[in-house]
Write a protein that binds this ligand. Structure first.
Ligand code: BES
Ligand code: MN
Ligand code: ZN
Length: 499
C-alpha cells in the first residue's frame, strides 16, 4: 500500500473516494462541512433525512456528490464528539480502510487525519493512521490454497493535513508509522507461522534476511558456542527437541562508536509443549506464539534500521524448542547457568526464564546503557492484565517511566508490577541457588524476580507480553506488539520527538 500526504480542500481532490467523518448526532466534521458547502448541502440534507446518525462503526457510501471532483464520498460514523479519543480515532481508521477495500476504489483521500484527538498532535494521528491501515489490511493466508482475493483492492491512501506548514512533520510521522508497521508485520508473520516451519533455525534465517535487506550486523551462535560460553540453563531446555538451538545476535550501529547500546532480549521458544511437565491439550497450538518476544525484537530491529535510528541497539534472541523427549530435562534436575548460579528445575514448563537468564548474562559484554527483555513468560500475566496491557518490571525508575511513556504514546501500553525482595523468598531451593518456579501466588512477579537475579549489573526492564502478543479465539493471531512500544522508546531515547 502506498501513502502520501496532502493539504487542500476536500472537494478539490481528484480521487476515487474522499472520506469524511460524521459525529453523533448528524454533525459533520470540519472537512465534512467544507465538502457539504461545496455540494450545496447535499450531504447535510441526507443526514437530516436520517440516512446516517454518526454512530461509531457505521458508514455510508455516496456516489457523484455534486460540487466535488471525487467519484465517491465515504461518510464514517465517529460517535459523540466529546467521546472521540485515541481508541475512537484508531477504530475509525480501521473501519475506513476495511470499507474502502471493498468499495472498489483504488485510491482515497482521508480527512479523518485532521480530526482533533485530545492530547495528541497531527504527527500522532498520521503515525496511528499508517499503523491502523496496515492492521486492517493484514492477512496471513500463505497456507490457504484458495486465498480470499479482494476484487479491486485499495492501493493508495492520501492523508490530508490542515495546512501546508504541516507537510514536513507529517511526512516524517508517516515514515515512522510505516516503519513500525513493517516491523509489526514481520513480527505478526513470524508469530503466525506454525512451529513446524518457524523453528530456531528459521528464526536465525530471518535474522540473516534482515542483514541482507536492512544492513544489520548478524551473528548466530550454535550449540557448541553456547556450550563453550557455559549456557547450561539455556541448553537444558533444548535437550528434548530434535531442533538445534540458536543464539542470534543482531546489531544496529546508528550511533557513535563507543555509545553504550540498548540491548533487547527476546524469548524465542518456537514451540512450548511444556516439556516433561507437559501442558494440557486444549489450546496447546497457541504455544507456537511463544517466540513472540523474539519476533518483536526482529520487528523492532527492522523498524529502527528503516528509520536509520541514530543510536546503537543490540538484539539478542535465545531460541529453542521445548519438547518432551528421552533426553529432556526432568523435574528436579539442577543446571548451572552462565552466571555460575545453579537452578533446580521444578517445572520444565517454566522454560522461558531458563533461556533468558543466560541471554541476560551474555548481555553484560556489551556494557549496555540498559537491557530490556520481552517474553511471553507467564499465563498468570494474562490473568492479571488480560489482553490490554503488557506487564512491566524494572530495576530502575527512570527506565520504567520511559517505557510506560513510550507505551502510552504508541498506544501499546504496559503496566508496572512490583519487584520487591519479599517475593524473592518464593524462589528458595533446598538444593540449588534457586528454583525455577515460585508457586502459584504472584506467578508473573516471581518469574520477573528470577530474571532480576541475572540482571544486577545494569539497568534492566522486563516486559511480560503473554496477554498482548497474540489474540485467541475466532480471530486468533499475532498482534505485532510490543514493536510500537519498543520503537517509540528507542526513538525517544535518541532524541526524536514521538508523543
Ligand atoms: N509460554 C508459557 C507462558 C504462557 C502460558 C503464555 C499461557 C501465554 C499463555 C510459559 O513458558 C509457561 O509455561 N509458564 C508457566 C509457568 C509456570 C510453570 C510457573 C505458566 O504460566 O503456566
Ligand atoms: Mn512453558
Ligand atoms: Zn513458554
Amino acid at each position: 500500500m502506498e501513502f502520501s500526504i496532502k493539504s487542500g480542500s476536500p472537494e478539490k481532490q481528484r480521487t476515487a473516494c474522499v472520506v469524511v467523518g460524521v459525529f453523533e448526532p448528524r454533525k459533520l466534521s470540519v472537512p465534512g462541512e467544507i465538502l457539504n458547502s461545496a455540494s450545496d448541502n447535499y450531504i447535510s440534507d441526507l443526514l437530516r433525512r436520517g440516512d446516517m446518525e454518526g454512530k461509531s462503526g457505521t458508514t455510508l457510501l455516496l456516489h457523484n456528490v455534486p460540487g466535488t471532483l471525487s467519484d465517491r464520498v465515504l461518510l464514517i460514523g465517529l460517535g459523540k464528539e466529546k467521546d472521540f479519543r485515541e481508541k475512537e480515532f484508531r477504530d475509525s481508521i480501521a473501519t475506513t480502510v476495511r470499507v474502502l477495500n471493498e468499495t472498489g476504489a483504488f485510491d482515497a483521500t482521508l480527512t479523518l487525519t485532521e480530526l482533533p484527538v485530545k492530547k495528541r498532535d497531527m504527527s500522532w494521528r498520521i503515525r496511528q493512521t499508517a499503523l491502523m491501515a496496515f492492521e486492517a489490511l493484514y492477512r496471513f493466508d500463505r497456507f490457504k490454497s484458495k486465498k480470499d482475493e479482494v476484487r479491486r483492492p485499495l492501493r493508495k491512501l492520501t492523508l490530508s493535513v490542515e495546512s501546508r506548514t504541516d507537510l514536513s512533520a507529517a511526512e516524517k510521522a508517516l515514515s515512522q508509522g510505516m516503519a513500525i508497521a513493517a516491523g509489526m508485520n514481520l513480527a505478526k508473520d513470524l508469530g503466525n507461522l506454525p512451529g513446524n516451519v518457524c523453528t530456531p533455525t528459521y528464526l536465525a534465517g530471518q535474522a540473516l534476511e534482515l542483514r541482507k535487506q536492512n544492513g544489520l550486523k548478524v551473528e548466530v551462535l550454535e550449540r557448541a558456542d553456547m556450550e563453550k560460553l557455559g549456557m547450561g540453563s539455556l541448553l537444558s531446555v533444548t535437550r528434548g527437541s530434535h531442533q538445534p538451538p540458536k543464539f542470534i545476535v543482531l546489531s544496529h550501529n546508528g550511533g557513535k562508536k563507543g555509545d553504550k547500546p540498548v540491548v533487547l532480549v527476546g524469548k524465542g521458544v518456537t514451540f512450548d509443549s511444556g516439556g516433561i511437565s507437559l501442558k494440557p491439550g486444549p489450546e496447546m497450538d497457541e504455544m507456537k506464539y511463544d517466540m513472540s518476544g523474539a519476533a518483536s525484537v526482529l520487528g523492532t530491529m527492522k523498524a529502527i534500521s528503516e528509520l536509520a535510528l541514530p543510536s546503537n541497539v543490540i538484539g539478542l534472541i535465545p531460541t529453542v524448542e521445548n519438547m518432551p523427549g528421552g533426553n529432556a530435562s526432568r523435574p528436579g534436575d539442577i543446571v548451572t547457568s552462565m552466571s555460575g548460579q545453579t537452578i533446580e528445575i521444578l517445572n520444565t514448563d517454566a522454560e522461558g526464564r531458563l533461556i533468558l537468564c543466560d541471554a541476560l548474562t551474555y548481555a553484560e559484554r556489551f556494557e549496555p546503557a540498559c537491557v530490556i527483555d520481552i517474553a511471553t513468560l507467564t499465563g498468570a500475566c494474562v490473568i492479571a492484565l488480560g489482553h490490554v496491557a503488557s506487564g512491566m518490571f524494572a530495576n530502575d525508575d527512570g527506565l520504567a517511566r520511559d517505557l510506560l511513556n513510550a507505551g502510552q504514546n504508541a498506544y501499546d501500553r504496559a503496566w508496572r508490577l512490583p519487584l520487591w525482595d519479599d517475593y524473592q523468598e518464593q524462589l528458595k531451593s533446598p538444593f540449588a541457588d534457586m528454583a525455577n518456579i515460585g508457586g502459584r501466588a504472584a506467578g508473573t512477579i516471581t518469574a520477573a524476580c528470577f530474571l532480576s537475579r541475572f540482571a544486577k549489573k545494569y539497568d534492566w526492564a522486563h516486559l511480560d507480553v503473554a496477554g498482548t502478543a497474540w489474540k485467541s479465539g475466532e480471530k486468533k493471531g499475532s498482534t505485532g506488539r510490543p514493536v510500537p512500544l519498543l520503537t517509540h522508546f528507542l526513538l525517544a531515547r535518541s532524541g526524536v520527538q514521538v508523543e
